[in-house]
Design a protein around this ligand. Structure first.
Ligand code: ATP
Ligand code: MG
Length: 264
C-alpha cells in the first residue's frame, strides 16, 4: 500500500514549517510509526536540526535531475523510526534546471513513487522552502495533502488564501488531482496576547474542519532544540513544546484514521 505523503508548506518564512516537520515526524516515530522526512529546502534546516551534515550529493537533487535512486539517498537519524533525505545548498540552483525538464511538476512524484510504493513507511513529510517555487509545486504534486503551519499574527489569513488558491489551481489543472489541505496548525501561540486568540478564532471561523485544535505554544525549548541537532522530543522531552507536538501527532493520527482508515 502506498505511503501517504504530506507537504509542510507556507510561502511565508519563519512560521514554523521546519519545526513542525521535525517535531511531528519525531512524535509519530515515538508512537512507533515509520516516518520519512524529505528536506526540500536549500537552507537545510531540517537536516541540521536533526543533527545530520549537509553532504554534497545526498540531497534529492540527483534524483530529480539525473534519475538517481531516491531510496539510496535515505539516511537514518538518531530518532528510531525516522529516516531523512537530507538537503544541501545546491538545491537552490535546482529550479531553473528542473523547469527545463519535461513534466517538471511531476518529477518529485516520479522519483518518490518507488519509496511510497514499497510500503516501508507509514507516512512521509516534505519540509518545503518558504516560497511557492518549482520545488514546492513539485512537493504539492507528490503529496496527498498539505499541512500549513501558521504563525499567530495579523496577516496570517491573507497568506493562507494564496497557498489555498495554488492548491486549487494544481488540482483543477490535473497536476495534483487529489491534493487537499490536510490541516492547519497554529504555531508560536502566546497565551498572554489577545492577538494569538483573535487570529486563531478567525482561522477557526474560516476553516473549521482544517484547523487542528492543538495549538503549538511559543517555547524557548523549541527554539533551542535545532542548535543541539535534536528534535524537541529528544532535547526537552518534558517541555510544553514537546507535549504540544505529541498532542498534534495524536490529532494527526485521529484525523488520518477518519479520512483514510487503510493507512492509519
Ligand atoms: P523558513 O521559512 O525559513 O524555512 P520555517 O517556516 O521552517 O522557516 P522554523 O525554522 O520552524 O520556520 O522556525 C523559525 C524560527 O522560529 C526558528 O528559529 C525556530 O526555532 C523558531 N520557532 C519555531 N517554532 C517555535 C515555537 N513554537 N516557539 C518558539 N520558537 C519557535
Ligand atoms: Mg524551514
Amino acid at each position: 500500500m502506498s505511503t501517504p505523503i504530506f507537504s509542510i508548506a507556507n510561502q511565508k518564512g519563519g512560521v514554523g514549517k521546519t519545526t513542525t516537520a521535525i517535531s511531528l515526524a519525531s512524535a509519530l516515530a515515538e508512537r512507533k510509526k515509520r516516518v520519512l522526512l524529505l528536506d526540500l529546502d536549500s537552507q537545510a534546516n531540517a537536516t541540521s536540526g536533526l543533527g545530520l551534515p549537509k553532504t554534497e550529493g545526498r540531497s534529492i537533487l540527483s534524483a530529480l535531475l539525473d534519475d538517481a535512486d531516491a531510496a539510496a539517498l535515505v539516511q537514518p537519524t538518531s530518532v528510531p523510526g525516522l529516516d531523512l533525505i537530507a538537503s544541501e545548498l545546491d538545491l537552490a540552483g535546482a529550479e531553473r534546471e528542473l523547469a527545463g525538464l519535461p513534466a517538471y511538476l511531476q518529477r518529485l512524484r516520479t522519483v518518490l513513487s518507488p519509496i511510497a510504493e514499497s510500503g516501508k513507511y507509514d507516512f512521509a513529510f516534505i519540509d518545503c522552502p518558504p516560497s511557492l517555487n518549482i520545488l514546492t509545486l513539485n512537493a504539492f504534486c507528490a503529496s496527498d495533502g498539505v499541512i500549513i503551519p501558521m504563525q499567530c499574527e495579523y496577516f496570517a489569513l491573507e497568506g493562507i488564501s494564496v497557498i489555498l488558491r495554488m492548491i486549487d489551481k494544481l488540482r483543477e489543472a490535473g497536476a495534483a488531482p487529489a491534493l487537499a489541505v490536510e490541516g492547519i496548525v497554529m504555531t508560536m501561540y502566546d497565551v498572554r496576547t489577545n492577538l494569538s486568540r483573535q487570529v486563531t478564532d478567525e482561522i477557526k471561523t474560516h476553516f473549521p474542519q482544517a484547523l487542528y485544535s492543538t495549538l503549538i505554544p511559543r517555547s524557548v525549548r523549541l527554539a533551542e532544540a535545532p542548535s543541539h541537532g535534536q528534535s524537541v522530543l529528544a532535547y526537552a522531552p518534558d517541555s510544553t513544546g514537546a507535549a504540544a507536538y505529541r498532542k498534534l501527532a495524536r490529532e494527526f493520527l485521529k484525523r488520518r484514521a477518519a479520512k483514510d482508515p487503510a493507512h492509519a
